[in-house]
Each structure stands twice: as C-alpha cells, then as structure tokens.
Design a protein around this ligand. Sequence first.
Ligand code: ARG
Length: 544
Amino acid sequence: MSSLPSELNARVAAVAGIDPELRAATKPQFGHFQSNVALRLAKAEGKPPREVAQRIIDELDVSDLCEPLEVAGPGFINFRLRNDVLARTAQALLTDPRVGIAAATDPQRVVIDYSAPNVAKQMHVGHLRTTIIGDCFNRVLRATGNTVIAQNHIGDWGTQFGMLIEQILDEQLDVATLDLAAADALYKRAAARFKTDEEFATRARARVGIFQGGDEQSLAIWRQLLEISKQGFNSAYARLNVLLTDDDLAGESTYNDDLAAVCDELEASGVGVIDDGALCVFVDGFDAPLIVRKRDGGYGYATTDLAAIRRRVRELHVDRMIYVTDARQSGHFRQVFAAARKAGWLPDGIRAEHIGYGMVLGEDNKPLKSRDGSAAKLVDLLDAAEQNAAPDIALAAIKYADLSSGLQKDYVFDPERMTKTQGDTGPYLQYAHSRCCSILREAESRGHAVGPIEVLDEPAEQQLAMSLSRFGEVVDELAENLQPHKLCTYLFELATGFSVFYEKCPVLKSEDPVRASRLGLVQATRDVLARGLDLLGIVAPERM
Ligand code: ARG
C-alpha cells in the first residue's frame, strides 16, 4: 500500500517529469514536505525557478491530499497535507486488522534457506545471525501474503561422519546418552585425532565410503547423532522464539538420491564436463569451475545445493529462493546459481538471492570466540545478554542489534548497550509499546473512548499520523529488498515521534473529541509497534 508521502511524490513526479524528491520540511511553517524540483528543472528550461514552480503548481491537482500549494524562497514548493486526510488515513489504520500491510497482489511461493547448523556441532554465533535474519524474512513474507517454505538445510551428511563414527566405535560410546554439547566435544576429539593419528585418519576416510554406502551399523550411529543434534537445535530455536520446526528440516542428506541424476543430467546436456577426472561446470566470471563430482566419485557441498535448487523448482514450484548465510559463502552461491541457470534448473523468471551477513565481533573488534578459540556458541551469547536483562528483553536486544544495521556489516556484541531501554535498541521499542499499553489501560479504567482519530491540529499529532501511514509501505519494501534495518529505523522513528507527541500533547488530561482522537493515535501506535516488532521476531510485552 502506498503511503501519503509516496502517493504525493508520485503525483508530483508525473507532472514534473523527474523525481521531485519530497523531503520532510525543516520547519512547521513550511508545511510537511518541500521539493526543490523547480530549482533543478529551471536550468534546462532556461526559466526562473519560481516561474517553473508556479507552472508545476498550476498543472498539479493534489487538492484531495494537500492544502493549496505555495512557492517559497528561490523556488521551493511547500506541501501541507490536509488534516482531514491525515486523520482519515490514521483512522483507517486504527480499524484495519492488517495495520496497513497489504496482501501481495501477486503472491509467491518463496523458499527461505536459513539456520542450517551442522550435526554433532553446537550452533555458533554465525547460526544465530542466519536464524534471526531468516526468521524475520519468514515473518515478513508471510505477512505480505506469500507462501513461505522454510528450508533448514542442516549439515547432516558429508565426510565428518567418517571420523565421528570411528571415534564413537573406538570409545565404545552409547550415543543415546550424549547431548549436543557432548557430541560437540566428541567431534573435537575426533578432529584432533584425525590431524595427528595417521592410522585413525585412514580408517575415518574409509568409514565415509562404508557409511555412505549404506552400512547399517554406521547408519544407526548417524541416526542417533542426528536425533540428539535435532534436540539441541530445537531447544536453541525455542529459546530464540523462532518459527522453525522439524517440518522445515531438509538437510543435505535429503538429496542423496538425486546426486547421481544431477551429474548424469549435467553430463548429458554438456553443461558438465570432465576435467582432470572431476565433473565440472564452468561458469563465466570465476577462476575455478564448480566441481560437482570429485575425481574419487564423491559429491560435495555444491552438488547438494544444485540438487536442492532442482528439487525446489521442480517439486516445490518456487517463484523465489532466499539463502541466508555468512557473507563468505557469497561466491559459492553466485556460482551455484549460475550453474543451475546454465543447466536449465533455474529458469530466468525465478529469483535466487543470497543474503550474506557480516560477523559478530567482540569488544576488541575481533570475531567473537569462545574460550577454546572456536567461534562463540549461541548459548553463550544468550547467557551474556541475560546477565543484563530478563529473557524477553535480552532476546529483543540481540535480535534488534542483529537486524538494525545493514546485514553485510559486522557488529560489536555489546550486551550492556544493546539491553538499554534508551537509544536505538530493541528494549527501547518494547518500552515505547508498553507505554502505549499503560496509557490505554488507564483510559479504559476511566471509561474513556478510544478514537475516532479526527482532530489533528498539532504538528506532533500530524507527524505521528504521517509516520503511522508509512508502515505498510516499509513492510512492502522489506519483502522486496530484504533490508530489515529499514524497518528498524522506521520503528525507531515512530517510537521517537510518539515520545514527542506524548510530551507535547496531553492525552488523558484533554477533553473529547481531542482526547478520543489522541487515544486513537496511541492505540494505532501500539498496534504498529507490536506488529513491527513481531515482524522482527521480537515480543512486545504489555508491561515492563
Ligand atoms: N550448514 C552450512 C553452514 O553451517 C550452511 C548451509 C546453508 N544452506 C545451503 N543451502 N547451502 O555453513
């Protein structure tokens, strides 16, 4: 849904022929927006800017939205939205169960591939980011009316199982008694031995073939490892309050039976060529080819990803695929997408996007590490944040910190700053929401009417109404561009605008109809904050 400001911008553009770049007016006496479009056009037209401004005003019919337009200074055009229009828009939002979020006119089937931790390893800080970001995309794309198919592409196959199984057999471990942390420790023991013990390494390599060839004893161990890993992942998901369930699991092993066919099709079409014994796909712009089958006949990470694309297009009938992993995998995905297009598995009309995110840094500006030098564990981060705040608030702090700067950027994990209820933080937004709730509770106890929103004489009321009217558009843009920080910025501005409004405009101390109208603004603000936070995966408590 387009907001009042963008509707206005579009109408002026139609007359001016260029983007008028409407900007918020710097002072209330200039109205709500200003444009320098006439100043920019004047040169080319060889006319004085004020004259150009006047011509645009004469040709423009926006009387249904604005007060009569004015030329100001050297040739600016000032726009003031009509109070009744602003009020009507805010009132419509107040009574709209979708709070201004329009359902997509062309709903899509969207795969979001995110989280994807690895079996027998604890989730680390990188998995925290993909899980939070993917969860946000999931919520936003659902909210805008699309069908979301979450795909948790866990690392449940591959060569690491050779050494894991050998280590378990050597230690005569009963896998069923392990939890994920213990499995992680086992993994580290196996990996250390693999490096130093040649005899063990040889056995481990041989075990890969035995296991992947369908050996029942190996598979039984693998299944148990998978089971305890899933339990560990699920408890992390529960703690993170994200939407993922076992139904979304589609790990690497899902594609085992497709891998040979993937290679056969590539060879048959000539898209895959044998190079030095390996089956390769050469794509323009890359130094090395994509290796689809190694010389020894083994398949790799890329093979599975090609199989997944092929399946998602053929069987899940997707229109769009979004992959959320750390930015270092961007080359991998560019190459895999290009290879899939070349193979005809990813038709032009289907979008495939890799959203790569930056690293989480410690206060020393270096990647966050746990004590043993490996990447920090997700649970340790949650624990650290909970040192500073209650679980709901700590989680809001982490999620907001993760989503509120450009995803590609690294950010510093600073639990003390992130959990503050002041400044650009998740808890600040939760706090603004709980403040709206407490005003509304008080109004209810006194029997005051909430709405209709019909009197907007104060600039702070008008600004708030204007912010509210932009929500649907911000969400639409997020569904398209996948930049959660813009929603964060929007919500922060809304909360700040609410603060100004509440300071300047008495609510409970006014008389109707002003009080009812202001209470309506409070409720609309509460609704937009609650919905906006929900789209970020953040709960909005009613009291704090
Ligand atoms: N398991 C991988 C990792 O931990 C991420 C998998 C991402 N998804 C995919 N389709 N490749 O880095």
